[in-house]
Design a protein around this ligand. Structure first.
Ligand SMILES: [Zn+2]
Length: 337
């Protein structure tokens, strides 16, 4: 039987969590009577029909009837499973969780969460290794020279944990096998070719770890640096993985979310490099969609916090198409572009 969080622990987290404060970080709330009100983050609206009751420890939207506990809210907003949302809020409230071998949490959910955590762990480890390759090894020197020439500072490079994936495409598998990962686990990791599982998906590239909103590495993007440019795409990106959905993830959102909240605006930019450049010059509310056109879901991630959306795509044909599409999507969600 999988271990699960005890009911006492869940109750303790619930009691020590100020639901208005938690939800208030996502939705601006004002007090009216006993309850707090704001515009619903789950449907489009201009007048507030979303209420939070301190007494009942509950939120409810009179427009779309979304409602639940603070755990449900965090599950929705942070895209977490139930146990993950308890852990998320426990950390915030400083509650030490106790686990038992009881069936409160459905085992399937628990297994999924466990596997996700294991893959995040793997990606974190690989990102650290690639970062080391870039900054400390002779093999990574030319990649380091490249980004230094592009004006990226050491501080920025550390913050975004940029890396270098070795040219030897068999190296990564060997390295990870020594760490006792199972073949099946590695086969499904997205780090290797589907057809030739010994072959690394990323090789001889400048690597950009992709973080989730908590700052854990969940995926990777790699920029082509040298060799036959006709044969290799400029950017290779992780596809959807158990711990990563690219259509609902924004690059650098983990670094940007505070600035987005404070300044009530966001810049959507073209790619990793542009985004990093904005952050380096102190414009920390820049994020980028991941190798795809901007999606509705990505806009919904930032929507509760922003008054204004700024677009910074290239002026070439593809960039203009992306800009038009983004404007349409934002208008549909009643956001000023
Ligand atoms: Zn609603």
């Amino acid at each position: 039987m999988a271990s699960s969080i005890t009911q006492e622990s869940i109750d303790e987290v619930s009691q020590k969590t100020d639901i208005v404060r938690v939800i208030g970080e996502y939705v601006p709330l004002t007090q009216r009577g006993n309850d707090w009100w704001g515009c619903c983050p789950f449907h489009h609206e201009k007048t507030a029909s979303f209420s939070v009751s301190v007494e009942k420890r509950f939120y409810y939207c009179f427009g779309c009837h979304a409602g639940g506990t603070v755990f449900n809210f965090i599950m929705e907003m942070e895209k977490l499973s139930f146990p993950e949302s308890v852990e998320f809020l426990a950390k915030r409230a400083g509650v030490q969780l106790r686990y038992s071998d009881g069936g409160y949490v459905p085992e399937k959910d628990d297994q999924g969460a466990k596997l996700k955590a294991e893959y995040k762990d793997l990606y974190g480890r690989v990102a650290t290794m690639f970062h080391y390759m870039l900054t400390e090894t002779e093999a990574g020197r030319f990649a380091l020279d490249y980004i230094t020439k592009r004006g990226i500072s050491t501080e920025t490079l550390e913050k975004f944990k940029l890396g270098y994936s070795p040219a030897d495409r068999t190296w990564l598998r060997g390295f990870l096998e020594k760490k006792n990962y199972s073949a099946e686990f590695l086969d499904n990791s997205g780090l290797f070719s589907r057809k030739y599982p010994a072959t690394a998906f990323f090789s001889d590239r400048l690597m950009f770890p992709i973080f989730d909103r908590k700052g854990d590495v969940v995926a990777m993007g790699g920029r082509f640096l040298r060799g036959n440019a006709d044969k290799s795409p400029k950017y290779l990106n992780s596809g959807d993985l158990i711990q990563y959905k690219k259509g609902s993830t924004l690059y650098a959102f983990n670094f940007a979310k505070q600035a987005i909240r404070e300044q009530k605006k966001v810049i959507f930019c073209e790619g990793y490099m542009d985004c990093i450049a904005y952050h380096q010059c102190g414009i920390c509310y820049a994020v980028a969609p991941l190798g795809t056109a901007l999606t509705d879901e990505q806009i919904r991630l930032v929507k509760p916090f922003v008054d204004t959306v700024l677009l910074s795509f290239d002026s070439d044909g593809a960039g203009q198409t992306a800009t038009k599409r983004a404007i349409l999507l934002c208008r549909r969600q009643d956001i000023t572009v």
